[in-house]
Design a protein around this ligand. Sequence first.
Ligand SMILES: O=C(O)CCC(=O)C(=O)O
Ligand SMILES: [Fe+2]
Length: 297
Amino acid sequence: MRRNHVVNLLSPLGPSEVRGLNLAEPMDGEFLSEIKTLWQQAGGLLIFRDQQLNQRQHIDFSRQFGTPFGSPDGVPLQDTVSRYLHPDHPEIYRVSNQLDAAGQPRGRARAGTYWHSDVSFRERPASASILYAKEIPKVGGDTLFANTQAAYAALSEAMKDLLAPLTAVHDFAVAAATQYAQPVVINGDFDGTNQALHPVVRQHPDSGRKSIFVNPGFTSHLQGFEKPESDALLNFLYGHMTRPEFIFRQVWQDNDVVMWDNRLLMHYALADYGTEPRYLERTTIIGERPAPGAIGT
Ligand SMILES: O=C(O)CCC(=O)C(=O)O
Ligand SMILES: [Fe+2]
């Protein structure tokens, strides 16, 4: 397959932009594996510029990376966000600060205004999230990404050994309690439906690289620790994971499609743009169960 796209590295951590590639065009297996390799080399963050996709094309592109949450052969996202899904395409989660003609939210306002890894509260959390910017404020509304493989690599051997056997409880209730107002929050948010136990150090299935897999948005505590102990260790990790040298800041351009890997990145959407319209559509791929990083590797 002949392609004329250009790839530009945007940060030493890997994030790269791809220009001149139309994601609506079918990709053969060889080209798809090139894109997957590129995505890995990009530290799990590719920005495809200037895309013109309808919802079907967005979903079809996404399906090449796995089954999206909300698709007929998948499982839905948590019920709390069902009102933000696209009415004709339950695979598409909408982010918006606007109301529609009927006065209903066009999508979730201030979505992800906290560090998190998408859907980490499920036994099989998200692998890729593929977010398409349809309307972007002139300035502001950037999304920050923290590379948790780089953060892991920078830890001392003593800290790596301490973390290796640990597991953490992830629970949507953590975000529901702090980020979601009534009546959006439903009882199911607090009954353990969206709760999972994951290794604190996970190993990426493609690269074998280890990352720190806890996040302030959804992680409630470290299993087996007293609360103050758990809080102290988690707070150390959050401070470390969000050091400036591990951060990439996505300054959105209209029609960007950003594909990120939740297995090695946390993200934070900055809600600093007031009432200027901001509208994005996201597909979210169901990943595998996080594999623990083996001790001593
Ligand atoms: O609005 C954004 O930039 C991202 C929101 C978010 O957390 C997400 O779509 O997963
Ligand atoms: Fe998110």
